[in-house]
Design a protein around this ligand. Structure first.
Ligand code: ADP
Ligand code: MG
Length: 303
């Protein structure tokens, strides 16, 4: 069971993109905690601000994006406002991300072992080949890949293997927090399960906390302890995964859950399409705790 003291605290985080067509409030004031050893899911349709939120946590927002408000605290230490170099160190050692589409960004002309060498040298320039090889083998074993995988080129790997390589690369320094942004999209069901299993094994081995981002609520639910539902840059509901599924309160969450296809006929994009078409995000809702640990966005009443 997870220790309940939060490793990561996000408060009122706001990220805007300034575009020729106006300001996009990609993340519009979200708050949540991540406890030590906890698996927390961030679900929401495409464009709801999930990746932007992840990048903001990692200190990776670049123009035209700007963090315009809020705070992010890792182990009691405020992250927003740190220098790029300080953030880079934290990224390597404490909070790691497997970005959306990571498996397609492996360099096709470099072997898997070269990727490991780069990643290991990124934080320790003077490290011998033998040590790199040993560390790589350890990491490959952790994600359930053979040591000979190091000799292969990315195009010799299946999608699931590539994604597991990316996870292994991200955890080189045994981070406390692992953010995985849609790690299973574009994979078939068998590989989805393998990747999820890999994440779980690693999370348990490292005692890390995981922030898992996805649009497929059914898939997320099998992995996480708690779930946050994003809609239009805002969190509309946060709670234990069972509560969210059995007692969804917010209109958006209810729509998504009602329209979830059965496992047999699952089409992850369908739920989002159905619901997004009918509801508009509200900027005047605030999160209220309606049951222990279950938070729902409700219209703020003028007092
Ligand atoms: P998700 O990961 O949930 O699909 P994103 O965080 O990628 O959502 O996007 C949230 C919103 O921000 C969308 O409206 C998207 O078009 C916009 N957005 C994302 N990245 C950029 C960018 N670099 N420039 C302008 N707008 C962006
Ligand atoms: Mg995304």
């Amino acid at each position: 069971m997870a220790d309940r003291s939060p490793v990561l605290q996000v408060e009122n985080l706001e990220v805007h993109y300034t575009t020729p067509r106006g300001v996009i409030r990609a993340v519009d004031g979200i708050s949540f905690d991540l406890a030590q050893g906890e698996r927390f899911g961030l679900a929401g349709e495409s464009g709801s601000g999930k990746s932007t939120a992840a990048q903001a946590l990692m200190g990776l927002i670049r123009p035209p994006g700007h963090i315009v408000g809020g705070s992010v605290t890792l182990d009691g230490r405020p992250l927003l406002g740190l220098s790029d170099e300080q953030l880079r160190r934290i990224r390597l050692a404490q909070m790691a991300m497997v970005p959306q589409g990571a498996m397609n960004s492996l360099n096709p002309v470099r072997r898997v072992r070269d990727h490991f060498a780069d990643s290991i040298r990124a934080h320790r320039a003077r490290v011998g080949d033998r040590e790199i090889r040993e560390r790589m083998q350890e990491l490959l074993a952790m994600v359930g890949l053979r040591r000979s995988t190091g000799d292969l080129y990315p195009n010799e790997l299946s999608g699931g293997m590539k994604q597991r390589v990316c996870i292994a690369l991200a955890i080189t320094l045994q981070p406390k927090v692992i953010i995985a942004d849609e790690p299973t999209s574009a994979l078939d069901v068998v590989m989805q399960r393998q990747v999820m299993q890999t994440l779980r094994t690693i999370q348990e081995r490292l005692g890390a906390s995981v922030l898992l981002i996805g649009h497929d609520m059914g898939l997320l639910a099998q992995f996480v302890d708690r779930l946050g539902i994003m809609f239009g840059g805002r969190l509309v509901e946060v709670g234990p995964v069972g509560d969210i599924f059995h007692h969804p309160v917010h209109a958006y969450t209810r729509m998504v859950i009602e329209s979830l296809p059965t496992l047999k006929e699952r089409d992850p994009s369908r739920a989002a399409r159905v619901s997004g078409a009918r509801l508009q995000p509200s900027r005047t809702e605030v999160l209220r705790e309606t049951a222990p640990g279950h938070w729902v966005a409700v219209e703020e009443k003028a007092s």
